[in-house]
Write a protein that binds this ligand. Structure first.
Ligand code: NAD
Ligand code: UDP
Length: 329
């Protein structure tokens, strides 16, 4: 079985390439390297002892994609390629709408043209907006989170509409919660460009001394200790969730939350990181970050029931692996 992985040189895509190769699939990666480096795929090959075919392609470019689909008969597509910085999407909405929506349209079009029936899409818990947690796949999506969030909601809608009229097209919309951590080899992990936006890479860079101090954005939320609560999921669990979804795909559109179902506050994450790694993290409490919600965690019963998949790595594992990767890079 040959799977096209768009954005496969990126953080989640590279870990999923490992999971796919380990499960016996062959992998072709298409990535324009807008936010990644090709050397990541060498590491993927090192971890798995298997080959990855790479194409430097922008997946919004139909002519290039067409050549790719002519060259390979894919059994399925996993579509990770996309821009993901929420703040940047507010500043540059057109860039986000163009890249994230056109890539989904172009890729889906090629799948239908070339008879590729299996499509797995990287969506996000951000589509739930301010719905109360635990978040359920059946909840109505609340509009206007950010242009980034909109690109996910719109891409989902496009794929749902296609699924309705193409009886053989099988789509999984995977709503990720907060992916963190790294492969335990420390060969691949998250390498944000510049100052990270997300909490875990910020923590590892403070621990490393690259950044002076962590800012905890608000301690007056109605949560266990007043700080924001999120459902952190180990990136390798997330990657395995993709393989499970691919294996269970059936015609139509299925939506799955990929999270752990457990919320962790900012202070709890800091405490766990310090404890398991024997480090101290300097931090200060500051104002809330605009647009943040108090808590966001998944109801994961559907993925467990239908995909026979559940996250098995702990928050301690996430902290250990994230730090091991930072230290090795
Ligand atoms: P990433 O930036 O590490 O990986 C995305 C990859 O896509 C990069 O390698 C980038 O070069 C590539 N890319 C972007 N636009 C492209 C294009 N037009 N053509 C070809 N390649 C292109 O991000 P990630 O964290 O691995 O995220 C993967 C997917 O999961 C994204 O769609 C993202 O929106 C989604 N997602 C991520 C998170 C998260 O917290 N990391 C959460 C929810 C959803
Ligand atoms: N957060 C923080 N300091 C940071 C980055 C994030 O306190 O430097 C908090 C943020 O307010 C939220 C949680 O950590 O409550 C997770 O933030 P992240 O940006 O990683 O994920 P998201 O908010 O997009 O789910």
């Amino acid at each position: 079985m040959l799977i096209l992985v768009t954005g496969g040189a990126g953080y989640i895509g590279s870990h999923t390439c490992v999971a796919l190769l380990e499960a016996g699939y062959s992998v072709v990666v298409a990535d324009n390297l807008a936010n990644s480096n090709k050397t990541v795929l060498v590491e993927v090959e090192k971890i798995t002892g298997k080959k990855v075919q790479f194409y430097l392609i922008d997946v919004t470019d139909e002519a290039n994609l067409d050549r790719l689909f002519k060259t390979h008969q894919f059994d399925g597509v996993m579509h990770f390629a996309g821009l993901k910085a929420v703040g940047e999407s507010v500043e540059k909405p057109l860039l986000y709408y163009h890249n994230n929506i056109l890539s989904t349209i172009t890729l889906a079009k090629k799948c239908l043209e070339y008879g590729v029936k299996h499509f797995v899409f990287s969506s996000s818990a951000t589509v739930y907006g301010e719905n109360p947690s635990p978040l359920l796949e059946t909840m109505e999506l609340l509009p206007r989170t950010s242009p980034y969030g909109e690109t996910k909601a719109i891409s989902e809608q496009i794929l749902k509409d296609l699924g309705r009229v193409n009886e053989h097209f099988a789509v999984a919309l995977l709503r990720y919660f907060n992916p963190v951590g790294a492969h335990q080899s420390a060969l691949i992990g998250e390498k944000p460009d510049g100052v990270p936006n997300n909490l875990m890479p910020f923590i590892t860079q403070v621990a490393r001394g690259k950044l002076k101090k962590l800012r905890v954005f608000g301690n007056d939320y109605p949560t266990i200790d007043g700080t924001g609560v999120r459902d952190y999921i180990h990136v390798c669990d997330l990657a395995e969730g993709h393989v499970a979804a691919l294996e269970k795909l059936k015609p139509g559109v299925c939506i799955y939350n990929l999270g752990t179902g457990r919320g962790t506050s900012v202070l709890e994450l800091i405490e766990t990181f310090e404890r398991v790694n024997g480090l101290k993290l300097p931090y200060e409490i500051t104002a809330r970050r605009p647009g943040d919600i108090a808590e966001c965690y998944a109801d994961v019963s559907k993925a467990k029931r239908e995909l026979c998949w559940q996250a098995r790595r702990t928050v301690a594992d996430m902290c250990l692996d994230a730090w091991r990767f930072e230290e090795n890079n």
